[in-house]
Design a protein around this ligand. Structure first.
Ligand SMILES: Nc1ncnc2c1ncn2[C@@H]1O[C@H](COP(=O)(O)OP(=O)(O)OP(=O)(O)O)[C@@H](O)[C@H]1O
Length: 320
């Protein structure tokens, strides 16, 4: 059994339950959504620990957006339960003022400027009263949209639309911010801005759920990850723990070429890197035993921290 499989099967319920001791910002229980014969989300159990930045990953069509839409009450589950900031069932919508969301196709008016659209959105925020211009301008500034704020939404690029959607999510301090592919259409500066905004939210103690295909971005900003494939949760938990336990073994031996041949003959997935042996998905004693048995001198064994890209590729390949 691989390390990831151990984590996957021993942890029971997902995410990120190892995060903090306080109540999670959201709890999903046996959550399911079907569209006719298509099962978009298939019995997901997941906690979003308060204060965590949780990366929601998965191949195209794995159910990320559907899961987010159920979390936000935008579509109802076929079965299962969503608890959001301590509210569930018919009470779910009472949690929504504390939740900022950037989801597909924010409903902005094409003939109004970005700023006027945001003023309209601000007027719907129950916790904003009086002069709405200050919070609106602050949100525009925060997402780098001040210059384009007075242009019509209709003429916005995809990246500008994403920035405006993000500004709407940030109009008031939130306890949870949900971002569905926020860097979609953004240039490198926009991607950096999103990264900065997420870091600021994390600093302020806001829980963030971030769906993204940019694994390097997720690795840079997230404290936790949850990986979906075909509607099911493959793995979830604290990112540093998952990566630390999933990395390859680096084995320094007296004869790397013979060591490589010996490991491969025993069925290990091994290759040479920088004069050391790199071995994936194994327990160290079995590797050392195989080498010693073949008469190879073993000098050092260490585990290299994996990158999220490697973990993701392996999990989704195993699942395919
Ligand atoms: N409204 C809908 N009607 C029918 N099928 C749907 C609907 N919404 C989603 N699906 C299907 O549910 C599955 C999951 O889709 P979803 O959009 O949640 O995936 P995703 O992980 O967000 O994908 P992507 O990474 O491509 O955005 C897909 O097979 C999709 O075709």
């Amino acid at each position: 059994m691989s390390v990831a499989e151990e984590i996957r099967t021993s942890g029971g319920r997902g995410a990120a339950s190892s995060g903090t001791d306080s109540e999670p910002a959201a709890r999903l229980r046996d959550l399911r959504k079907t569209y006719g014969s298509v099962t978009a989300v298939d019995g997901v159990d997941l906690d979003l620990p308060a204060g965590a930045v949780v990366g929601l990953l998965g191949p195209n069509g794995s159910g990320k957006t559907t899961l987010i839409r159920m979390l936000l009450g935008l579509t109802s589950p076929t079965a299962g339960r969503v608890e959001l900031l301590g509210r569930d069932g018919t009470e779910l919508e009472k949690a929504l003022p504390d939740v900022g969301a950037l989801v597909e196709g924010p409903g902005f008016h094409p003939f109004l400027s970005g700023r006027d659209n945001l003023l309209r959105a601000a007027a719907c925020e129950p916790r904003l009263e009086g002069d709405l211009r200050a919070p609106v301008d602050a949100a525009l500034e925060r997402v780098g949209l001040t210059e384009a704020a007075r242009r019509r939404y209709r003429g916005y690029s995809l990246g500008m639309k994403q920035r405006l959607g993000l500004a709407a999510a940030l109009l008031v301090p939130r306890r949870l911010v949900v971002l569905d592919e926020p860097t979609n259409g953004l240039d490198p500066a926009g991607t950096r801005d999103v990264r900065r905004v997420i870091a600021e939210l994390h600093e302020a103690g806001t829980t963030v759920l971030l769906s993204s295909h940019l694994l390097a971005e997720v690795e840079a900003v997230c404290t936790h990850v949850a990986v979906l494939a075909r509607g099911s949760l493959l793995i979830s938990g604290e990112l540093s723990r998952l990566l630390a336990s999933d990395g390859e073994l680096a084995v320094t031996v007296d004869d790397p070429a013979r060591g490589l041949a010996a490991l491969r003959a025993e069925g290990f997935r091994a290759y040479l890197r920088d004069d050391a042996l790199a071995v994936t998905e194994v327990d160290p004693p079995a590797v050392v035993a195989a080498l010693v048995h073949a008469g190879i001198g073993v000098w050092e064994v260490s585990r290299r921290r994996a990158h999220l890209e490697e973990l993701f590729a392996r999990l989704t390949e195993e699942d395919a």
